[in-house]
Every structure is written in structure tokens, then in C-alpha cells.
Write a protein that binds this ligand. Structure first.
Ligand SMILES: Nc1ncnc2c1ncn2[C@@H]1O[C@H](COP(=O)(O)OP(=O)(O)OP(=O)(O)O)[C@@H](O)[C@H]1O
Ligand SMILES: [Mg+2]
Length: 611
């Protein structure tokens, strides 16, 4: 048997991976750096201009107005340049950040879409929603806040430090003393903050998961009067989330105010030390002014850098979680050298023979659902599958559509192992209609056409006529242009089913599978669909799974599945004559419609009597 190997992507550090997303925007980022340099220079020049004004033109015997005005105009000009540079830099970085995140979101979504069904069964949807929606937003802050801060604030620190050393190297060195203190403080806070951020994020995704699950199961909640219980459950998640947020906020404020305090102490110290120096005439008063401005400027970027250190932490956590999803290997991979079914000629030649060869399968290795099952289906045959609830009928179809891989044995279409067919091609070959139909928001025509734009209105109408959907659609005021609500709640289950038939007819697969697809239809519609089906089934292999065994009467062969094994096979008549399990099931189901009628009747009368 051919083993299908899963490809495991090579993982580098999350930081490097994240930077690799920025690589296509290298030019944009260099432009941003230029703007940042211009902005920072204007910030450093401003106090220096004031210093010149004070020392050279104000505190002298004959102060002159003309050079003061000149300096004023220069100051204004520089402020304007700084403003523009800042404006463009902020805009450019936001645009770059959003572009990068858009790419990450697309990669993430594409990867999630390609994962096998078992991933969705073992992973919480709410968590995935958090990954795609909010984690990616937090990642964008890495670029828009952290990266910008590193460039801008790093440069400010260097420039301001340089200016201070140039003005007076002794005072400059004294000011540099605060740097190790700030680093020490953030070293103390950092691990704690990291842990706190992590806690808040996981509380958040648990809460979102719960809400997502509840919204989709609202009907059940209301039917079973579970509102107050669910509210209680929500509270159990909401309270720790609230506490975690408050805690996060508290530590954030504590950390930032500690830094603020340090900043103010440094200014006070500078005023004292510098004041003494002015008093002893070692420096001029303008230099002191410039120093006090610089030390304030000096604190801002250090503070912002440490704050953005937190941004780095939270975006790294988010990115780690996103890259965990991205690194989930695909358990079902396309073959390296696939059967070239994208070639229309080869595709057309497909006959639709299906062979299940000694297939065993379990959702978990210890519990087999299908056991050593062999079935040979010839092209264009009409096959019925019967069996009690839980016998493994739908599982068999999931294997044919390769939502899962067989545990052992093989499934072949026209003698080709389906593991050597690309998923995309396989899903064009095998069309499945299930009992629950997915309806997307859009018109009826959109829902029949799906995304296949080349399908004309006329084709849609003919397909609907064939399935009998046309009759009910024409009765709607806007006909084929009636807008459907998401989930199709403004249609009955049977009407949704008829649309699904029309959809699959247009899809025109070589192999058509109906899994309990007529269960929602009343007897009349079912008869109509049966008639249409006979037409549709003519040139393709058709597999019909049904509890209502009358549906299978015209099948070429019926397989009766029991606990994952084939118990009986043959035509309807042969199986009846066998007087086995199938016969017993037919006998059981004969009384069903009658009793259902009786039940409906009695429900109707009781409703009437109640009014
Ligand atoms: N995704 C899943 N994960 C784990 N077990 C599953 C999964 N889907 C089905 N099963 C189990 O596999 C068995 C067969 O299920 P399957 O859906 O194939 O039955 P079925 O014959 O289609 O039943 P029904 O007539 O009710 O649709 C059941 O015992 C079910 O509990
Ligand atoms: Mg089923």
C-alpha cells in the first residue's frame, strides 16, 4: 500500500518568520527610515536653536531683534518639516503593517481551509476565529508600533545623547546613568508582564469560543430552556477574563508610572546639578535649558520603547499561536505527481467505476467504524446503501470524498487510488448532497450557481425544473432573485434540499452521492425528485443512502451495512426474498408513514381544540 507522507514545514524563529513577511516592503521601510531621520533631526535641533537664542542674543548687553526673528522663523520652518515627516511616516507604516497582516490572514485562512476534517473536530472554532481575526490585528502592531518605535525611538536616543555629549560631556555622561536603571526596571517587570498578557489572551479566546458555539446552537438553547445555564457558564468565563484584564491594566499602569517617576526625578536632578553649574558659571543658562529639554526628550523614547516592548510581547504571543496553526502539517496532502485530471480530455474519459478494497477505518485508531469492507461498483450503476443509524454509511462517503484517509485498504476510481488524485480534481469527480444543506447569503440563483459565474440563468432554471424546485421558486414574489438569509432560514428544509439538487445537477459530477438527501421531502416532492434523479443518474455512477427504503427500490444493487460490515447485498427483490435484516427493516418502515400520518392528524386536531 502506498503511504502518503505529510509535509512538515521547516520552522525558524517566530521573529525571523515575521520579518520575512516584511521583506517585500523593504523599499517602503527604507523610505520610512528616511522620514524618521528627518523628523528626529528636527526634534533635536529645536532646543539647540532656543539655546543659541538665549545665550547669544538674549542674555547679552545689546540684545538684537533681527537675528531673534531669524531664529524664530527657522524654528517654525523646522517644526513644519518635522510635522510633515511625522505625518507621512505614520501613514506609510500603517499602510505597510496592514498589507503585511492581510497577507498573513490570507496564508492562515488558506492553510486552515486545506486542513483535514479531523483538525476541525479536535480544534475549537472559536480559537481559530481569534487566530484569524484578533491575533492578526495584534501582529500588525508589531510593524505599526514596535518596529516604528525601535527605529524612531532608538534614533532619538542616539541623537539626543550625541547632542548632550556635544554640549557638555560631563552632564551628558551623568544623564546616561539613567539608562541602566531603566533597563533594570524593565528586566524586573518583563517576565511578569509576559505571563499576564498570555493569561488574558487565553481567557479571551475561551470566551470567544464559547460565544461562537452558543450563537450557532441558539435554537437548542432556547428549545431546552438552557438560557440561564448558558448565562451561568458565560459568567464563569467572563469573570476571570475581566479579572485578567484588570490585572493587566494594573501592572501596565504600575510599570509606566514607575518610569514616569524616574523621568521626573531625572529632570529634578538635572535642574539641581545644572543649576549649580550655572551658578558657578561653568555652563550658560541656554545650555541648561537645552539639557532639561533633552532629558525630557530622552525619557519619552525610552518609555515608549519599553511600552512597545509589551507590544512586541503580545504580538509575538499572537504570532506564535498563528504560526502553530500554520505549522500544522496537512494530514491529507496532494500527491507529488498527481493523475493529470485537470486535462479536460482525461477528465471526460473518466467512467466512474468505484472499488472499495478491504477498507478499514476508524476516527480513532482504537475504534474501527468500517471493517474490511469490499465493494465493486461499475460505471453508471445506481447503488443503494441501507443500514441502521450509526452503521457507517456517511463515514463511507467521507472516505470516498477523502475528507479522511482510510486506515487500511484502498479506494479507487477507475482503478486509480484516490490518494493519487488532487483534492480539487477528486471533488469535481465526486459530488455529494447531504441532508443538511449549506445556504450562503445571496439570492436563490446565487445559491444554485455558487461561485461558478459561467453558469447562465437559463441553466439554473432548467436545473431547478428538473428537481422540482422551480415550482416553489416561481411562487416567491422575487422568484430566483429572492434573497436568502444566512443558513437559509427563510426556506423549509425540503426547499433547501431541492436547491441542493439543482446545485449538484449543474455541478455535473461523474459520481453522484445522495446521503439522506430526500429525507426532508414530502412524498410528492420525493416522487418528483426521483423522476428527475432517474434522468440525472443516466450517465453517472449514483450512490443513494436512504432510511426510507422505498427510495432504493430501483437500485441496481443495494448494500446493507451493519456495524461497519456488509451484511447483505442484492436488488430490492433479492434482499426481500432473503428475509434477512433488510426484509425486517422494510417491514418496520412500512408502518412508519401511516403512523406519521396519524401523528400529524392528532397533532392537528389537538392544536385546533386548543384554540
Ligand atoms: N467525526 C466523527 N468523529 C468520531 N466519530 C464519528 C464521527 N462521525 C461519525 N462517527 C461515528 O462513526 C459511526 C458511524 O457514523 P456514520 O455517520 O457513518 O453513521 P451513518 O450510518 O451515516 O448513520 P445515520 O444513518 O444516522 O446517518 C458512529 O458510531 C458515529 O458515532
Ligand atoms: Mg449518515
Amino acid at each position: 500500500m502506498r503511504k502518503v507522507k505529510a509535509r512538515t514545514p521547516v520552522r525558524s524563529s517566530p521573529f525571523k518568520q515575521l520579518l520575512s513577511y516584511a521583506r517585500p516592503y523593504a523599499r517602503l521601510f527604507s523610505g520610512i527610515v528616511v522620514l524618521v531621520v528627518i523628523y528626529n533631526l528636527t526634534q533635536v535641533i529645536q532646543p539647540y536653536l532656543v539655546k543659541i537664542a538665549i545665550d547669544r542674543y538674549l542674555l547679552v548687553k545689546n540684545s538684537m531683534l533681527a537675528p531673534l526673528i531669524q531664529i524664530g522663523v527657522m524654528y517654525l520652518g523646522i517644526t513644519l518639516i518635522g510635522l510633515l515627516a511625522n505625518l507621512y511616516q505614520t501613514r506609510a507604516i500603517a499602510a505597510a503593517g496592514q498589507k503585511i497582516v492581510r497577507k498573513i490572514r490570507i496564508d492562515l485562512f488558506t492553510h486552515i481551509e486545506s486542513l483535514a476534517m479531523d483538525y476541525f473536530e479536535t480544534h475549537d472554532t472559536g480559537r481559530l476565529i481569534t487566530n484569524v481575526a484578533s491575533d492578526t490585528t495584534r501582529i500588525s502592531q508589531f510593524f505599526t508600533q514596535f518596529l516604528l518605535s525601535v527605529i524612531r525611538d532608538g534614533l532619538t536616543i542616539i541623537l539626543v545623547m550625541g547632542a548632550m555629549l556635544l554640549l557638555n560631556w560631563k552632564l551628558g555622561l551623568l544623564s546616561a546613568l539613567v539608562i541602566p536603571i531603566i533597563i533594570a526596571i524593565s528586566l524586573v517587570f518583563r517576565p511578569r508582564l509576559h505571563k499576564i498578557y498570555n493569561t488574558t489572551r487565553s481567557h479571551q479566546s475561551r470566551l470567544i469560543g464559547f460565544i461562537a458555539e452558543n450563537l450557532s446552537g441558539m435554537r437548542i438553547t432556547q428549545l431546552f430552556h438552557q438560557e440561564s445555564r448558558q448565562l451561568e457558564a458565560l459568567n464563569q468565563l467572563n469573570l476571570p477574563y475581566q479579572q485578567a484584564n484588570v490585572n493587566e491594566f494594573r501592572w501596565d499602569v504600575f510599570f509606566n508610572r514607575t518610569l514616569d517617576l524616574l523621568g521626573n526625578l531625572a529632570v529634578a536632578f538635572m535642574a539641581w546639578a545644572g543649576g549649580l553649574a550655572v551658578f558657578h558659571h561653568t555652563i550658560k543658562i541656554g545650555v541648561l535649558y537645552a539639557f532639561i529639554s533633552y532629558i525630557q526628550q530622552f525619557f519619552e523614547p525610552i518609555n515608549s520603547l519599553t511600552q512597545n516592548w509589551n507590544t512586541l510581547q503580545s504580538s509575538m504571543i499572537s504570532f506564535e499561536r498563528v504560526s502553530q496553526v500554520l505549522a500544522t502539517p496537512r494530514t491529507l496532502t496532494d500527491p507529488e505527481i498527481p493523475v493529470p485530471l485537470e486535462n479536460p480530455e482525461i477528465f471526460r474519459q473518466t467512467q466512474g467505476a468505484i472499488d472499495f478494497e478491504c477498507v478499514s477505518f476508524g476516527y480513532t485508531p482504537e475504534h474501527l467504524i468500517l471493517k474490511d469492507l469490499t465493494m465493486h461498483i461499475a460505471p453508471s450503476e445506481f447503488i443503494g446503501i441501507a443500514g441502521e443509524t450509526g452503521a457507517g454509511k456517511s463515514t463511507l462517503i467521507s472516505l470516498l470524498a477523502r475528507f479522511y484517509d482510510v486506515s487500511s485498504g484502498s479506494i479507487r476510481i477507475d482503478g486509480i487510488d484516490i490518494r493519487t488524485i488532487r483534492q480539487k480534481d477528486l471533488h469535481r469527480l465526486v459530488g455529494v448532497v447531504q441532508q443538511d444543506v449549506t445556504i450562503y447569503s445571496g439570492t436563490i440563483a446565487d445559491n444554485v450557481r455558487l461561485v461558478r459565474d459561467q453558469i447562465s440563468r437559463q441553466q439554473i432554471v432548467s436545473a431547478c425544473e428538473l428537481t422540482g424546485a422551480d415550482a416553489f421558486i416561481r411562487r416567491l414574489r422575487q422568484g430566483y432573485d429572492t434573497r436568502l438569509t444566512p443558513n437559509g432560514s427563510n426556506l423549509s428544509a425540503g426547499q433547501r434540499q431541492l436547491l441542493a439538487f439543482a446545485r449538484i445537477i449543474l455541478f455535473n459530477p461523474k459520481i453522484l452521492v445522495l446521503d439522506e438527501a430526500t429525507a426532508n421531502l414530502d412524498a410528492l416532492s420525493e416522487a418528483a425528485v426521483q423522476e428527475g434523479l432517474a434522468e440525472v443518474a443516466k450517465n453517472r455512477t449514483t450512490i443513494v443512502i436512504a432510511h426510507r427504503l422505498s427510495t432504493l427500490r430501483s437500485a441496481d444493487r443495494i448494500y446493507l451495512l451493519d456495524h461497519g460490515r456488509i451484511r447483505e447485498q442484492g436488488t430490492h427483490e433479492e434482499l426481500i426474498a432473503l428475509k434477512g435484516l433488510y426484509h425486517a427493516m422494510v417491514l418496520n418502515s412500512v408502518v412508519m408513514p401511516a403512523s406519521q400520518e396519524a401523528w400529524r392528524e392528532s397533532a392537528h386536531t389537538s392544536k385546533l381544540s386548543a384554540t
